[in-house]
Design a binder for this molecule. Structure first.
Ligand code: PLP
Length: 426
């Protein structure tokens, strides 16, 4: 009764709330699985911090060149431990996920080398990095060639075509774990492992990089534990746990990570420089919280899937499928649907709740994009957010939520906005 009253005060009608509760009842077994995964990953993170003797001096600020930065070095050991890699580069100087991926690619590809994506087109912003869409300073401008093999119609790997695409010049293979702004399925770590084993059987010395954005802590293993030479991601997504205000990571072999450090700073300097400017407490504490935050976000994703599936929309993945990332796509079929959905998410936010999201031409994307986000950290998509390009099938990509209860409120308010706009009937 009190809950009903709270939701009413937050603009959620009795009907919308009741609809949500009906869906929620069917999800109890899934939620129990998510709790178990969070428990497992929490233990893994704590173990990594203990083994690397994280202590108060790790939280101290360094300035200038940042030589002998104990906190930075130990944080990188902690990441390497969690991801099961030789080395890690975890830095506030890495601006975002796209930057981390750019560093990883440009550090490990030289003029004349070929880059291959065996999983179809990469994430929108990567297309300019690679030069698929011409762009100043793209890899293409530096003489790195690119090839792509499409997924089969059912979303699986086209092994014969991948084998045919791997040639003498193929230096690096990029695999994007999450669907990004596409309505293909995201890949499980096991599937990625099979693909890596295949490409390495065709060409043993080829490097494999996995774009791990949105995938961290969703499963018990990370792609670096099934053969990837580098895994790359953003700290304002899963592993920052909502607290990291900036940053990116690259975990992988020492050889690959060293090159990334030389690319990020300068040849000859590498990993030895890079002051932390006092930001490390949020990196450590965010990482500590990340498994729980990710599990709350996954509950939100599954709840949204359950609701919109029941209303007849196509949702990817469905509420009953296994999860490999925190992204939930909902095909709303119209711009009006996308606007209403995003309006509801925005209205549920703790920050900027009074603004109404409208589509705009965001840098790095080739169609207009609508984004709902009321985040403590600008653009943070581990916080509750929804976005999508305004183009068929008019899918919104919903993700995040620092707490499950916030995600729940956001989803109920999105449904309320859809109901109020006459786009759905309960
Ligand atoms: C978010 C994302 C990126 C880019 O990250 P930014 O931090 O937005 O630059 C790259 N790949 C995938 C799959 C992503 O989800």
């Amino acid at each position: 009764m009190e809950l009903l009253e709270m939701y009413r005060e937050n603009g959620v009608s009795r009907e919308v709330y009741a609809f949500g509760e009906t869906v929620l009842k069917t999800l109890a077994p899934r939620f129990a699985q998510l709790d178990a995964m969070a428990e497992l990953n929490q233990g893994k993170v704590i173990r990594a911090m203990q083994e690397n003797r994280v202590d108060a001096p790790c939280f101290a600020a360094t300035t200038g060149y940042g030589y002998d930065d104990v906190g930075r070095e130990r944080l990188e050991r902690v990441y390497a431990h969690i991801f099961g890699t030789e080395a890690a580069l975890v830095r506030p100087q890495i601006t975002c996920g796209t930057h981390a991926l750019t560093v990883a690619l440009s550090a490990n590809l030289l003029p004349g080398d070929e880059l291959l994506s065996p999983v179809g087109a990469p994430y929108d912003t990567l297309q300019e990095v690679i030069g698929i869409r011409p762009s100043p300073c793209s890899l293409a401008e530096y003489g790195v060639r690119y090839r792509q093999v499409e997924l089969l119609a059912d979303g699986s790997f086209d092994y014969p075509a991948i084998r045919a695409a791997i040639g003498e010049k193929t230096k690096l293979i990029t695999i994007q774990r999450s669907k990004g702004y596409a309505t293909r399925p995201s890949f499980s770590v096991a599937q990625i492992g099979e693909l890596i084993a295949f490409v390495k059987s065709v060409k043993p010395d080829v490097l494999v990089m996995v774009d791990n954005c949105y995938g961290e802590f969703v499963e018990a293993l990370e792609p670096s534990q099934v053969g990837a030479d580098m895994v790359v991601g953003s700290l304002i997504k899963n592993p920052g746990g909502g607290l990291a205000p900036i940053g990116g990571y690259i975990c992988g072999t020492q050889a690959c990570v060293s090159r990334c450090a030389y690319r990020l700073s300068a040849p000859g300097l590498g990993q030895e420089v890079g002051a932390n400017l006092g930001i490390l407490p949020s990196f450590y504490q965010g990482l500590f919280l990340a498994p729980t935050v990710v599990s709350g976000a996954l509950k939100g994703a599954i709840f949204a899937a359950g609701i919109y599936e029941k209303l007849g929309f196509r949702v990817i993945p469905s509420a009953s499928e296994d999860r490999h990332d925190i992204i939930q796509a909902v095909e709303l079929g119209s711009e009006a649907g996308m606007r209403a959905f995003c309006k509801g998410i925005q209205a549920a936010a703790p920050v900027d709740s009074y603004v109404e999201p409208i589509p705009w031409a965001m840098p790095g994307y080739d169609s207009q994009v609508i984004m709902a986000a009321g985040a403590f950290v600008q653009g943070s998509s581990i916080e509750l957010s929804a976005d999508g390009p305004i183009r068929p099938p008019y899918a919104v990509y919903f993700q995040g939520g620092l707490t499950w209860y916030h995600a729940k409120l956001g989803i109920l308010k999105s449904l309320q906005a859809m109901v109020d706009a006459g786009l759905v009937q309960l």
